[in-house]
Ligand binder design. Structure first.
Ligand code: IMP
Ligand code: MG
Length: 180
């Protein structure tokens, strides 16, 4: 599957195939299913727009218990690096008061986004907050907040695909690509 792609001014090469990614997602979904199925709780999957959309859909398709879906839009990246500031261009699409929330993220990098999001959720009265991320960069993640469900760990490099973008391009790719 070695095929370079160009997005804006940069070239990316294949990094994680869709097949490998989907197997990792299967494992994450199995774990969530075993934690929630039969628990009698109806959690909310919180899709962190835009990047987590594909991963959220993949998790929802594998979910075998009653769950709801909400979204929020958070941004912190510009080009290929974090600005260190988290913006919320669109707030929560529903009421989380007293609810168990599972944050669905495409990738946890510095952790600024999930820490800010956890604070928003607790401030809005969520009963519990769990974090489910498709990918994480452990070299960069310096927060004490535990990542409850992790698909794959990757090196500290910039990637696109499966929802992740380089200045809004590349989200539609079914495999993950890395900056050449
Ligand atoms: P954090 O707040 O630094 O943890 O960054 C999390 C957000 O930055 C993710 O939700 C992504 O939208 C974006 N991000 C982090 N790393 C990458 C990357 O390698 N490619 C594309 N987006 C990324
Ligand atoms: Mg994101």
């Amino acid at each position: 599957m070695y095929e370079k792609i160009t997005l804006h001014d940069k070239t990316f090469v294949p990094y994680i195939s869709n097949e490998v990614l989907e197997k990792a997602i299967d494992k994450v979904a199995d774990k969530i299913n075993s934690d929630y199925a039969g628990s009698g709780r109806i959690p909310i999957f919180l899709n962190v727009l835009n990047g987590a959309t594909m991963f959220t859909a993949a998790i929802m398709k594998r979910c075998n218990f009653a769950a709801e879906l909400m979204s929020i839009k958070m941004t912190s990246y510009q080009g290929t690096s974090s600005t260190g500031k988290v913006k919320v261009p669109m707030g929560l699409t529903g009421d989380v008061t007293g609810r168990d929330v599972i944050i669905i993220e495409d990738i946890v990098d510095t952790g600024n986004t999930i820490v800010a999001l956890r604070d928003i959720l607790l401030e809005k009265g969520a009963a519990s907050v769990k974090i489910c991320t498709m990918l994480t960069k452990p070299e960069v993640y310096q927060q004490s907040l535990p990542l409850d469900y992790v698909g794959m760990e990757i090196e500290n490099r910039f990637i696109v695909g499966y929802g992740l973008d380089y200045d809004e391009l590349g989200r539609n790719l079914k495999d993950i690509y890395i900056l050449e």
